[in-house]
Write a new protein. Structure first.
Length: 545
């Protein structure tokens, strides 16, 4: 059996296809394979069509292909939607308790899922366990190893699930022989989990959120993290205002949302900048405008994030491309917000937020302490030339903060000299941040060539796979604001042609680059809510080389 595989498992919402996909990933992980899971689901609680597309390889491959090697169908619709994607050697596994046998010229294996569950005395939802176990036998996995994984991952009704799995494993014949690897299993994380863990490593104390796909699972995950307080207020406006109060009181705080909720938060983001109150916002993009297509992919909130809040205000905006970067940049954003007392925005998208990756633990994240006032008597909140020393209520002095323009004590003012003085102070603070970032990896490069492919966010994995064998330079932008123009322009030295890859209709990163004097020759965009496949992007790039 080849060591590079593409697998789709699908069914209706409520049939457990996502959990089944995760179990398959865990099984391959136990054999030392590297795994990536793309999740596709409709905005319904039951019904509709959900599927997990699992990419399995000996080496890291965070992207999906058009052709698949195995299709695991919990219902008929999965066969109809994905049957044509099967390769010549592909195998279809389907529920033979369905009313009719699927019409396909590919190899097919019928598995009586309902009968297996009934034989074990299980419940209907356990069909997914039966399908996963049958698949494991077909590709040559040892049941004892399968059993170990299932015991860890199925804590509810574990014994009954194991009975279902054993019966299913016995009812099918082995068709393939899985190849052993010398690699060890690696942790799995979604982008949202990585964001949460990075923030915790940097000292996160409070997380506030109003559920909004695809950011919701950050709130769910942090509910179970000891030492972090989570709170779900009544609206996104309440979220940002609660966070401002929390940070004012001295608690390291983060909030999360998607485009519609972020729109409601922008006045609070302006307040953060004016009052110099640390604020970290996770903005996980989805298809818009308005409600748009809430469970599908887009990278169309970039310009919105860079211009969020009104007036001359500064932000720190980062865009990770995988879970290791999400972990690191989340911690960095929290530390930067507290060090420079400004808003930070972590820009994800649905793909990175909800897909599952192997976590390599490439970066160290630690809490960075901030400058505190040495003397609380006669404390002036906005004293100093750039970054003011912090003091929190209850620590001895009067801590006055305001969204009005103010003097060094925090008292509102309309005096022209004070207004300019405070604006200049905030600008100097931002220049100080820029100086620090000169030693930071604000962008990454891969390979060399006279043509540059520039990208950001979750397209990273697909760009890397699609350009294998091409003489091109890959440039991934990580820190987008402040934009270190001189440092980033150096990356384009000797480049004869620039191609930009984005998941939006208006080439928003191209607009950012051009604003900073970097010309883009070709824009490759996609905006149907689905990610690029490797073959699709490769074809588009080759057309424009």
């Amino acid at each position: 059996m080849k060591s590079d595989m593409q697998i789709i498992i699908g069914g209706a919402a409520g049939e457990g296809s996502k959990k089944a996909g995760f179990l398959i990933a865990k099984l391959f992980n136990a054999y030392g394979y590297r795994v990536f899971i793309h999740e596709d689901y409709e905005s319904v609680i039951k019904g509709g069509h959900n599927f997990s597309h699992i990419s399995v390889s000996r080496d890291e491959k965070n992207a999906i292909s058009e052709e698949i090697d195995f299709l695991l169908a919990l219902n008929k619709e999965t066969v109809v939607r994905h049957g044509e994607k099967l390769s010549e050697e592909g195998v279809l596994l389907y529920d033979s308790n369905l009313t009719e046998e699927p019409e396909t010229n590919k190899k097919k294996v019928g598995i009586p899922l309902n009968d297996i569950v009934s034989e074990a005395g299980g419940i209907v939802l356990m069909k997914n366990t039966a399908l996963v176990s049958a698949f494991s036998k077909i590709i040559g996995m040892d049941f004892e190893k399968v059993k170990e994984v299932l015991k860890r991952e199925l804590p509810v009704k574990t014994e009954k699930n194991l009975q279902v799995a054993e019966i299913a494993h016995q009812k099918v014949e082995k068709l393939k022989e899985i190849e052993e690897t010398e690699s060890s299993p690696m942790p799995f994380l979604s982008g949202n989990e990585a964001i949460a863990l990075g923030a915790v490593a940097a000292g996160l104390e409070n997380y506030f959120g109003y559920p909004m796909t695809p950011s919701t699972s950050i709130l769910q995950f942090l509910c179970n993290v000891e030492g972090v307080r989570t709170f779900q207020p009544e609206s996104e406006i309440a979220v940002v205002n609660s966070a401002l109060g929390s940070a004012y009181a001295g608690r390291r705080t983060m909030i999360g949302t998607s485009g519609g909720g972020f729109a409601l938060m922008t006045e609070g983001i302006s307040f953060s900048a004016q009052s110099e109150t640390p604020l970290v916002v996770v903005l996980s993009q989805r298809m818009g405008p308005a409600t748009g297509v809430p469970t599908y992919e887009a990278q169309a909130d970039l310009l919105f994030a860079l211009n969020s809040g009104h007036g001359d205000m500064m932000r720190f905006v980062v865009a990770p491309g995988d879970v290791d970067e999400a972990y690191y940049l989340s911690g960095k954003a929290l530390n930067i917000s507290w060090k420079y007392q400004l808003p930070s925005i972590i820009l994800l998208d649905k793909e990175l937020s909800e897909n599952t990756y192997n976590f390599k633990k490439e970066y160290l994240v630690e809490k960075e302490e901030v400058a505190k006032a040495e003397n609380s008597e006669n404390y002036n909140r906005y004293e100093g030339e750039d970054v003011s020393p912090l003091l929190f209520p209850g620590e001895g002095g009067v801590v006055k903060t305001t969204g009005y323009e103010h003097d060094k004590k925090g008292i509102a003012t309309e005096n022209a000299e004070d207004i300019k003085k405070m604006h200049d102070k905030r600008l100097r603070k931002y220049e100080k941040l820029k100086e620090e970032l000169k030693d930071f990896e604000v962008a990454k490069t891969y390979k060399e060539g006279s043509v540059a492919i520039v990208f950001w966010g979750s397209t990273k994995g697909t760009v890397i796979e699609a350009t294998k064998g091409m003489n091109v330079k890959l440039i991934q932008l990580l820190v987008i604001q402040p934009f270190l123009e001189e440092k980033i322009k150096e990356l384009f030295n000797g480049i004869e042609k620039v191609i930009s890859v984005e998941m939006n209709a208006t080439s928003q990163m191209t607009q950012v680059l051009r604003m900073h004097g970097i010309n883009v020759d070709v824009n490759i965009t996609k905006y149907d809510g689905r990610p690029f496949t490797i073959e699709e992007l490769k074809k588009e790039i080759e057309k424009n080389l």
